[in-house]
Design a protein around this ligand. Sequence first.
Ligand code: HEC
Ligand code: HEC
Ligand code: HEC
Ligand code: HEC
Ligand code: HEC
Ligand code: HEC
Ligand code: HEC
Ligand code: HEC
Ligand code: HEC
Length: 448
Amino acid sequence: MNHRNNTLRNHAPRLGAGVAVFAGLVFLLSALTLAAPAKPASPAAPTIPAAPAAPASPLAPAAPTGKIDTEASCTASCHQDYGKKKHVHRAATTGQACKFCHRPASPNKHAFKPQPDTISELCFECHNEQAPSKKVRHMPFESGMCTSCHDPHQSDQAKLLKEPVPQLCQGCHGEDKFKGKVVHGPVAEGKCLGCHHPHQEENPRMLRKEPPELCFGCHDKVQKDAKGITLPATKWMFEAKAKAEAEAKAKADKGKDIKAKDGGKGKDGDKAKDEIPDIQLHPPFEAGLCTTCHQPHASDARRLLAAAYPLDFYASYSEATYGLCFTCHASDIFKEPRTLADTGFRSGNLNLHYRHVNRDKGRYCGACHSPHGSRQPKLINTSMHFGTRTLGIKYEKTETGGTCSPACHSSIAYDRCKSEIYTLKTTPRKGKDATEAELQAACGKEKK
Ligand code: HEC
Ligand code: HEC
Ligand code: HEC
Ligand code: HEC
Ligand code: HEC
Ligand code: HEC
Ligand code: HEC
Ligand code: HEC
Ligand code: HEC
């Protein structure tokens, strides 16, 4: 019929076993009750020796005869509010079913306690598929606090949750880390369970998958941010690289075949050997360290960035402005107007990183680089955003420098071994050009 019935059928054998155990228990209990002297008990003062004919308290009218009628319905005249909410535990649907979990502490007292004593053991009697088995376990789950999240009887929330997610989670974890100027889409929608399992998982933090796979569950397609701006599908780069690598390998294998046939003299074979994938990924992106740069929940920084990084074309330079990049890269790259060692982006000893970036109105890294990957070398973007416009950039790398054709200025080359070819002189150049001897001594020895 419906889903509940289907799932109930799956559990029927286990529930059946519960009933069998219970039937045995009832039998045992009735035997005990019969053997016991018929001694009326006062439910109002259960520990004091019985005073005969104690008036039945209206608060505890359940055992006026002094015997627990284990066949009686607990909900018929008392506990009437059980079984009324939208979701009722299958194990507690009728007044008789209460006995699955509440076994009388003594045959003559209206004193029940969930048994076994440990609540999780009680739950695992029927839900052994939930028992701890995975590597990373949520603390309240591991410590058997099932009823901190589930009501054992009934709830208006699905899965008998005491509160809806995310309020349930935030009851213990607070709200602060899920708030910020930018709140991640699934967090804003309260979908904690889209990324975390509430009980246990093989991955740290009970994540359903580890990044990047976790992130690619949604970022395999374009998304729209809160302002309606379209975010590109992040996953395409991984796929493009895998494809390029497979193609390169196929070509190389073909090259080897040709070489094997013509004795290593074939031109095709040599060409194939040098083939490299035309897409490069930034190592932390490729390694799936998404959360080194992005907060998974919320941030005051745009794009959920985990550390300082401007997202505007022009930014005033300071080390703190680029904290995100400088967690891994040396800020030395940008320190000196002249260098023969700190960066490969220089013309002779003229530091072009310094010239573009280190000023009051410097260009941010994203004017040239993609933080994820690119089809051009050195993570140079194929296009950049300037205001509302998108402009193409064409970059070519050479052995000792490169050529760049952005929309900002005409095509211009730089060369680490020659200073004169870099002709752009918009502002006065600080420092002195290196001598020919200095250039020759340094050339090719810099950090790549
Ligand atoms: C699946 C096991 C289970 C079933 C079935 C069950 N209970 Fe409970 N009940 C518990 C547990 C566990 C607690 C302790 C709750 C806690 O620790 O918060 C409890 C607590 C109670 C309490 C104390 C107050 C409260 O609500 O926490 C009452 C009263 C109660 N149950 C009545 C009933 C009645 C009446 C039925 C039958 C309609 C029933 N129970 C069926 C497990 C069960
Ligand atoms: C006597 C057997 C039994 C015991 C003991 C028991 N359950 Fe259940 N529980 C069931 C059955 C049967 C279902 C229905 C299964 C289904 O629909 O797939 C169920 C369903 C659930 C569900 C899912 C409800 C939903 O709406 O889908 C939760 C959550 C749950 N139980 C929690 C608990 C917790 C927590 C305990 C311990 C306090 C517990 N159960 C003890 C038999 C039991
Ligand atoms: C931190 C809160 C939390 C704790 C503690 C917790 N659960 Fe759950 N449990 C959940 C949530 C949330 C779901 C719903 C998962 C979903 O819908 O994907 C759930 C689902 C379930 C289900 C239904 C599974 C299904 O697939 O329908 C059962 C049964 C269950 N829990 C039993 C337990 C037992 C037994 C314990 C104690 C050992 C426990 N839970 C502890 C939050 C919790
Ligand atoms: C009853 C309190 C309680 C509730 C409710 C609760 N948690 Fe937790 N959670 C804890 C405790 C305690 C820890 C362990 C201490 C810590 O790391 O803060 C923890 C740890 C975690 C961790 C980190 C696990 C790790 O390996 O470091 C995650 C993720 C988490 N909870 C997610 C959730 C989600 C999602 C929910 C809601 C479905 C939730 N929690 C509900 C108490 C709770
Ligand atoms: C988009 C996926 C995603 C969603 C949605 C999500 N989380 Fe997380 N959460 C993560 C990741 C990834 C980490 C691990 C971060 C790390 O280790 O640096 C994490 C870590 C945590 C931690 C432990 C570390 C910490 O920050 O204290 C808790 C607790 C937590 N999440 C709770 C929640 C709660 C509650 C919700 C819902 C309001 C939620 N998460 C929604 C991905 C997510
Ligand atoms: C080295 C830091 C860094 C790493 C690692 C990183 N990102 Fe980013 N990401 C950024 C920056 C910076 C931006 C903003 C780019 C801009 O707008 O100039 C961004 C933007 C995004 C965006 C918004 C859309 C876009 O492309 O502009 C998404 C989605 C995203 N990243 C997902 C991921 C995922 C998924 C991973 C892991 C596979 C990841 N990021 C790894 C720094 C990083
Ligand atoms: C359950 C789906 C889902 C998962 C999983 C997911 N995201 Fe997102 N993400 C979205 C949606 C929807 C948006 C667009 C709404 C928004 O801007 O938050 C988004 C937006 C973003 C943004 C841009 C935020 C902004 O508005 O500036 C970044 C960055 C991002 N995600 C990174 C990640 C990273 C990193 C992971 C993995 C840890 C991840 N996402 C996992 C759905 C998801
Ligand atoms: C988690 C560490 C980490 C962070 C954060 C990081 N990078 Fe990288 N980056 C690397 C590693 C590792 C390499 C490869 C080794 C190298 O060239 O130093 C690299 C290389 C590069 C390269 C050169 C690529 C090439 O082909 O030679 C550029 C450009 C770059 N990163 C830019 C950035 C920018 C811009 C940021 C800030 C948005 C940033 N990185 C943040 C780790 C990081
Ligand atoms: C005007 C364009 C431009 C800007 C802006 C820019 N870079 Fe670069 N960057 C380059 C070029 C071109 C190269 C390649 C140099 C070479 O090897 O020929 C490069 C190389 C790099 C490298 C490799 C090491 C090196 O210095 O040769 C890193 C790391 C790097 N950039 C980081 C950054 C970071 C971080 C920012 C922002 C703070 C930034 N870049 C801003 C153009 C730029």
